[in-house]
Design a protein around this ligand. Structure first.
Ligand SMILES: NC(=O)c1ccc[n+]([C@@H]2O[C@H](COP(=O)([O-])OP(=O)(O)OC[C@H]3O[C@@H](n4cnc5c(N)ncnc54)[C@H](OP(=O)(O)O)[C@@H]3O)[C@@H](O)[C@H]2O)c1
Length: 328
């Protein structure tokens, strides 16, 4: 094994370049992993552009997702050559991330790639897919508790990473999905991935009534927060819930108490980063077995490290459609 490797590096002034890094500069950890694929998430773009709250120290290699093979292991649970997935925890935040040929991480950040899922498929899903899966799993648990039969769902940021996988998965599981989007030219894309209805953000504002309106949806997946989340909460069926994971529309939102006390609705927060590894593993197993998403490759654009900068700019401006897979 060579002692250096190629990685994308963000400088102190937030310019991007491909550099040779030394394996010895990677942090301590039980597992050295040769990365085959990573993926682009909104948080990577935040890290790559120095937005607050993600990465403290630069130069830095982002990439909160990685799938690859164990190159060196100090623990019995993993052998050289084992295929693994690492997402979240500190990867790509203040630990050198998946936008490089090697990462070194604690073994309790890694799951074995489940049989039935390839490394490429796992990163086509990536943290966005994991978050969509966790959202839908949480909504299912709440629905079982309230006895609500899920037939109608709503997804915000529907053309984005978490949004598009949520539309695909909800549709696969038999829900009639309404996609809320800011991209009026992406109706074909949204219908192709399984949306039955499409609402622009402006139409949503006319359709959903504050402080409480008609019940339009049983469950919702929200990545926007802000006004969109406020509106989704006004329009749930009794016993319905929204799973929220993002803040692309702003860090705060307003709500009256009515959905919660008149309809027993819930707002369920989703964290894909710091949750126990077994909970991530559970979602990956679903994607390998009963949640296999036909057409995942069609919503995924494959790029190399050299072409990542333009994709980072696109996701930051809210203009990304589907998923960006990074071939390392
Ligand atoms: N909690 C967690 O563990 C977790 C995990 C993953 C992601 N996230 C968060 O979830 C959010 C989405 O992540 P992602 O990777 O899916 O990003 P993404 O691919 O960029 O998707 C976000 C989508 O939201 C919509 N959007 C953009 N700006 C908006 C605005 N101002 N108001 C309303 N909608 C807007 C756009 O879709 P349309 O044009 O179709 O509306 C955009 O494509 C981010 O905030 C991210 O940090 C959280």
């Amino acid at each position: 094994m060579a002692s250096t490797f190629k990685a994308l590096e963000v400088s102190e002034k937030f310019s991007l370049s491909i550099v040779e890094k030394d394996l010895a500069d990677l942090p301590e950890g039980d597992l050295l992993i040769k990365v085959d694929f990573s993926s682009l998430n909104y948080k990577d773009a935040m890290s790559a552009s120095g937005m607050p709250g993600v990465t403290r120290n630069y130069p830095h290699t982002p990439g909160i997702d990685a799938a690859g093979k164990v190159a060196e292991s100090r623990v019995p649970d993993f052998k050289e050559g084992d295929e693994v997935i690492v997402t979240g925890y500190d990867l790509g935040m203040n630990t050198s991330g998946g936008f490089g040929e090697y990462i070194r991480v604690p073994s309790n950040w890694a799951v074995h790639l489940p049989k039935g899922l390839t490394a490429k498929q796992s990163m086509s899903l990536g943290t966005a897919g994991l978050t969509a899966g966790l959202s839908i799993h949480a909504l299912d648990s709440f629905r079982e508790y309230t006895g609500l039969k899920d037939t109608k769902s709503v997804v915000s940021g529907a053309t984005g990473g978490v949004g598009s996988i949520s539309v695909m998965l909800l549709s696969k599981l038999g829900s009639e999905v309404t996609a809320v989007t800011g991209k009026n030219d992406q109706s074909d894309f949204l219908h192709t991935i399984g949306a039955s209805n499409i609402l622009s953000r402006e139409e949503l504002a006319k359709t959903a009534r504050k402080p409480i309106g008609k019940s339009l949806w049983d469950v919702g997946v929200d990545v926007a927060s802000g006004e969109i989340l406020s509106l989704l909460l006004t329009s749930l069926s009794p016993g319905g819930a929204v799973a929220c994971s993002g803040l692309v529309g702003g860090p705060s939102f307003e709500s009256s108490i009515f959905p919660f006390i008149l309809r027993g609705n819930a707002l369920i927060g989703i964290d894909s980063v710091e949750i126990p590894l077994k909970d991530k593993d559970h979602i990956w197993e679903h994607f390998a077995h009963d949640w296999v998403l036909e057409g995942l490759d069609k919503i995924t654009k494959e790029v190399s490290l050299d072409n990542l900068e333009v994709e980072i700019k696109r996701i930051l401006s809210g203009n990304q459609v589907g998923r960006v897979l990074v071939k390392i």
